[in-house]
Structures are given as C-alpha cells and as structure tokens.
Design a binder for this molecule. Structure first.
Ligand code: MLT
Length: 309
C-alpha cells in the first residue's frame, strides 16, 4: 500500500553519492578535517561522500554554492568560523546568510590558531616577533586564505592588537598559503593547528605561540600566547557540516548521527587529535548546539570586523 511505501522511501536516504563542498583548497585544514570525518561517515551512510573543493572569496564562493543547492541531503558543506560567522560582517552583499540559509548538521572539530612564520624570519620568539613586525610594519606581509577566512580574521585580530597593517597575501586556502610559507615566499600567517602540526614537526616553519589558554598536546613545546607575552591574542576556530535551509529534519538527524559516530571512532579521534584538533564534547555535537555556536560567533566577530573595501 502507499502507506507502507512512504516511510520506507523516507528511511532510504541516502540512495546515491553525497557531494561535500569544501570551500577551500585541498590539503588545507577544512579539507583535511572534512576528509577524516566523512571518510568514516560514508560507510555508515552506505554511500560515497565526494569532496568538491569550490574555492574563492575567502570560502564564500563555496558557501554560496551550498546555500543555493537543492535541500535534498545530497549537497552539504564543511564550513567554518569564517564562512558561517565572520564573513557576514565583512561582506555586506554576501549572497547567503549563515543562519537563515543553512541547517546546522554537526560540529566536527575545534581548531586552535597559531602564529607561524617562515623558517628564516628573523624573530626567534613571540616578543621579538612583536617588536620586529612593529619596526618593519611597512615591509612585512601575512598570508591568508581570502577575506573572511579564519587565517584572515584571526590575523586581523592579531594585527589590531599590535597596531600594524601588514600587506595581506591571499590564497585559495591555507594549504597553498602554507606551501608559500614553507618556501619562504611570505613572512607570517595565523593558521589553524591541523595545517601547522606536520610542518612544525618537520621543522619547515617557525611557530611562535598557540592562541589558546592551554598548550596543545600535539605541540607540547609551543608556548601559549599568554606564556609568550601576548595574552590579549586568543583565537580558536571550528569546522562544521551544514546543509541547505529546508533539508528535512530526518535527513539532518541521519547525517548528525553519522558524524557523531565518526567522532566516537578511535581511529578518527586519533587522527584529529594528532593534528591538534579539539574534539567536540557530546553536548556540543547536536544541530542545536551548532546553531547556538553560529549565533554566538556572529555576535562575537561582528563588532571586531569591518566590511572590506
Ligand atoms: C582552509 O581550509 O584552507 C582554511 O580553513 C582556510 C582559512 O579559513 O584560513
């Protein structure tokens, strides 16, 4: 009968591949976190999750694409503190609203911010860095992943604390920005820890401090900004899955359960922790908790950031 068919059909989601938009370049923090978690979600859901890197405009190109996609559960986005909070005040004509145009699915990882520099950048610690960038304000430059990206807004915060305006060097993600830092083509960067740990361990870049109250277990030798003399600079980003507005509650619940299951997997946890991520506590893994986070992050960043000119 029809009555028997409808619930069975509803329970069948997903019946085909899911596209996961990553709004930054492959190999960067959002891409890495998304691949680790969706790699576990796919077998749970019984379908492939295809990562599509839709880059540009600090992640807002990919987020616009996701906001406009069909709300059928087959196009999702791994967004972050930039695309789904800080970009709103920076782009007055943004084609989407982080709250009104998306259904929150699940928070995947907290990502502490580090102050990094090319290996041969002269300052040897954070105190010297502060003095050096102030003294050389006209000639230092800072890499970032576009206006509104995490690396951009967290360095805006740092630069405003220091009272400097370095030349910004934009990339399509901090994956390529990190390559430029390793190659010595740019001076410094404020980046999420998952992108920095492999390079710090390989000795290819300098890390001055992590901008969180505690040291990160993945980088026990990197001081906090408080220890290193700049307690005002505190910054931690986050990455999370969102679906287009109007995606059904049943689909959101299915996706959230798969993400939560991934975060409970020992191998997923190990890989995220090795890269310095903060795994969300169970209470912070619900769609409602992510909605509250987005709201509070928009409220936090709006007064700090001014529209780009
Ligand atoms: C990336 O994946 O490249 C980053 O999340 C970019 C950023 O926001 O800094």
């Amino acid at each position: 009968s029809l009555c028997a068919v409808a619930p069975a059909a509803a329970q069948k989601y997903p019946t085909r591949n899911i596209t996961m938009i990553v709004p930054f370049a492959a190999g960067g923090p959002t891409d890495v976190i998304s691949r680790i978690v969706t790699g576990h979600m796919a077998p749970t859901l019984g379908q492939s999750i295809i990562i599509e890197n839709v880059v540009g405009a600090g992640g807002t190109t990919g987020a616009t694409r996701a906001a406009r996609a069909a709300n059928d559960g087959y196009t999702l986005i791994t967004g972050h503190m930039g695309t789904h909070a800080a970009s709103a005040p920076l782009y007055p004509k943004l084609a989407y609203h982080p709250e009104k145009d998306f259904e929150p699915v699940a928070l995947l990882a907290g990502t502490p911010i580090l102050i990094l520099a090319r290996k041969d950048f002269p300052p040897k610690d954070l105190k010297e860095f502060v003095a050096y960038v102030k003294a050389n304000a006209e000639k230092v430059n800072a890499a970032h992943a576009g206006i509104g990206s995490v690396s951009h807004v967290s360095c805006e915060l740092l630069n405003s604390i220091l009272g400097i305006k370095p030349v910004g060097v934009p990339f399509n993600g901090t994956g390529p920005a990190m390559n430029a830092l390793v190659a010595g083509q740019v001076d410094y960067m404020c980046d999420q820890i998952v992108n920095a740990v492999p390079q710090i361990n390989a000795g290819t870049i300098k890390a001055y401090a992590v901008a969180t109250p505690e040291r990160n277990p993945s980088l026990p030798n990197v001081p906090t900004t408080t220890e290193a003399g700049l307690p005002e600079f505190q910054a931690q980003a986050w990455n999370a899955i969102f679906a287009p507005k109007g995606t059904s509650p049943a689909i959101i619940a299915t996706l959230n359960a798969a993400a939560v299951k991934a975060l409970d997997d020992e191998n997923v946890k190990k890989r995220l922790l090795e890269l310095g991520s903060v795994i969300p506590a169970p209470a912070n893994r619900t769609p409602e908790a992510l909605a509250a986070l987005v709201k509070s992050e928009i409220a936090k960043w709006t007064p700090v950031l001014k529209p780009a000119t």
